[in-house]
Design a protein around this ligand. Structure first.
Ligand SMILES: CC(C)(COP(=O)(O)OP(=O)(O)OC[C@H]1O[C@@H](n2cnc3c(N)ncnc32)[C@H](O)[C@@H]1OP(=O)(O)O)[C@@H](O)C(=O)NCCC(=O)NCCS
Length: 296
């Protein structure tokens, strides 16, 4: 494996992305970096963990920043050929170097849907009916494609907001590390393909994202000139939501220790819930950012 490198994609229009199809069947205008992120996410979350393909891409993808790590891999395209009698090489091995996407993560800007309900079971961001949820046992396995698919209850307005990922600023329930109001960004969709795990690929991706956040603390701050005070639902300029270094992640229970190594702490007040059948907890980290000029 050659020296890995990381690409960064800022929020981008993903109109026409068809979530029922895999990354290689998407319209040509989808940025290559995003398609590569989806290649990794599909390999890990869809094929390895059993999350339905249609639930992997979501409306947050277009408004998020994505990081993708590549490895330069030398692949043999035609093997060496030798003369069977003399053993002499009659055609040397042909190879080519390709950049393979091997890891990814994304940072979702605020505002976010409400924190998940403790004990709640979510499929595609929708809270399920308890009685219909007879398929998942809370043992870390993904919802299977068995006969009794969990049934999403009728969407409430809150669910619709979850799906649209567009809550008003500062309207959440308070938890251990979040007062329900402070804007936070969300680290998510972190995945490394199995062959490359244990080589600090996730660590390098997180360090790249963390440095970018520290260098660009005002990037996600809403612009009053673009949105207007009404849409921001604030009365005076001092109330304009401003990011102050708070990062959240919805961590699969099995990787809590990894996030703890990076300084995240489990938010007991958020409780435990299930996304696509996989147990999750909320974790928070405060980055120390320098005071920047808010985008107003
Ligand atoms: C979780 C995942 C992204 C880690 O990728 P990785 O490149 O192997 O991780 P790293 O090598 O950067 O590990 C960073 C540190 O966490 C540790 N670590 C990695 N996976 C761990 C795990 N599952 N549990 C506990 N510690 C773990 C490593 O030992 C390393 O510690 P060190 O710095 O003391 O050596 C990868 O295993 C994966 O894709 N898993 C499936 C998808 C997934 O669960 N994503 C997380 C969703 S919340």
């Amino acid at each position: 494996m050659g020296t890995p490198f990381i690409s960064h994609l800022e929020p981008t229009r993903l109109d026409g992305y068809d979530r029922t199809r895999p990354y290689y069947q998407q319209p040509g205008h989808v940025p290559k970096t995003f398609s590569d992120a989806m290649e990794v996410r599909e390999a890990v979350f869809v094929h390895e963990q059993g999350v339905p393909l249609t639930n992997e891409h979501d409306p947050d993808d277009a408004r998020s920043c994505h990081w993708v790590m590549y490895a330069s891999v030398n692949l043999t395209t035609a093997p060496e050929e030798r003369d069977p009698h003399s053993g002499e090489v009659i055609r040397p091995r042909k190879s080519e170097t390709r950049s393979l996407p091997i890891g990814t993560l994304r940072i979702v800007p605020f505002p976010h849907p409400p924190h998940p309900q403790p004990g709640g079971r979510y499929v595609d961001n929708v809270l399920l009916d308890d009685e219909s949820d007879n398929e998942k046992k809370g043992d870390g396995t993904a919802a299977s494609s068995g006969t009794a698919r969990p049934r999403a209850r009728t969407l409430t307005s809150v669910d619709e907001e979850r799906q649209a990922s567009a809550l008003p600023f500062g309207a959440d329930r308070p938890t251990t590390y979040h007062d329900g109001k402070e804007p936070y960004v969300k680290l998510g969709r972190m995945a490394v393909i199995p062959e490359f795990r244990g080589h600090h690929i996730a660590g390098q991706l997180w360090r790249a994202a963390k440095k970018w956040l520290e260098d660009n603390p005002t990037f996600f701050n809403p612009s009053v000139t673009e949105l207007g005070m009404d849409q921001l639902k604030v009365g005076v300029a001092g109330d304009i939501p401003k990011w102050n270094g708070l990062v959240c992640c919805h961590a699969q229970e099995s990787v809590i220790k990894l996030y703890e190594r990076w300084g995240f702490k489990v938010d007991e007040g958020m409780g435990k819930w299930y996304e696509e059948g996989i147990p999750h907890v909320g974790m928070f980290l405060r980055l120390h950012i320098k005071e920047g000029n808010p985008k107003v």
